[in-house]
Write a protein that binds this ligand. Structure first.
Ligand code: SAH
Length: 246
């Protein structure tokens, strides 16, 4: 799939995955207490909505990592507009190549992004980098029903890593974390700031897509994804997991 077409569809949208400031705050409310001046990294920040919530909440600079420079530029502009430039350090690079010392991180946050390198693999990579008592807080696509119908199971072969919440908890604990809390993001988190703006963008790009096959393909796939969610939102969702290194 063309990265240019994907960026045309996605750049400038409020967020690049399901979520809301309210859910970010809900996860913060459930977070075990961290020490003074915690060291915080955001992985796969995209346009950075949540990075700004964290910077405001903790009042310390947050290292925000993403592989796509255009998203980091959006984050820097948003931070400046919010008067939070000093609180954001944008770094263009991959989340599995962090230049940070062992046992140095108090909090790693990542909404809808760890799957890019694989959640289990990334949790394994992070374990030695976390301080004892440090938390990895992230959201991940999860089955909510144990027995989804065939059509849905076949659709999500797109993401073979998808497991039930219980299987995810068991896997994360097997890697060496304690899952101290978890909650399902509300359906409104999929629509208000993610799928609705995306649908509006699709309409705007429709005419252009007639002359651009890569763009047309991305639009069709995205509409299909949204249609599947509309019909089956009770069977899968985003779950926020709070994983602590004891
Ligand atoms: N957390 C943001 C973005 C989610 S989309 C939000 O909720 O709005 C996933 C993000 O992960 C994208 O911005 C993508 O560029 C980024 N990404 C993909 N692979 C990555 C990698 N290996 N390292 C860091 N970021 C990555």
């Amino acid at each position: 799939m063309g990265i240019e077409a994907l960026l045309r569809l996605h750049s400038g949208l409020p967020r690049q995955g399901p979520g809301s400031d309210a859910s970010t705050r809900e996860a913060l409310r459930r977070l075990p207490k961290l020490g003074e001046s915690p060291s915080i990294v955001y992985l796969g920040c995209g346009p950075g909505r949540q990075t700004l919530v964290l910077a405001r909440e903790f009042g310390v600079p947050v290292l925000a990592v993403d592989v796509l420079a255009p998203f980091l530029e959006e984050l820097e502009r948003a931070a400046e507009a919010a008067g939070l430039s000093e609180m954001v350090r944008a770094h263009c690079g991959s989340m599995d190549h962090l230049a940070v010392a062992h046992e140095s991180l108090d909090l790693v946050w990542s909404e809808g992004a760890l799957y890019n390198v694989g959640v289990d693999q990334q949790l394994r990579y992070l374990l030695p980098l976390m301080k004892s008592g440090g938390v990895v807080a992230f959201s991940e696509l999860s089955w909510l029903s144990a027995d989804p119908i065939e059509e849905l199971r076949v659709y999500w072969e797109l993401y073979p890593g998808m497991r039930t919440t219980a299987a995810n908890v068991a896997a994360y604990e097997g890697i060496g974390y304690r899952v101290v809390d978890q909650f399902v993001l509300p359906e409104s988190d999929w629509w208000t700031e993610y799928y609705n703006p995306l649908l509006a963008r699709i309409e705007r790009l429709r005419a252009e897509a007639e002359r651009d096959a890569a763009l047309a393909e991305v639009l069709t796939e995205t509409e299909r994804e949204i249609d599947v969610y509309r019909r089956f939102s009770r069977d899968y969702g985003y779950v926020f997991y709070l994983c602590r290194k004891d």
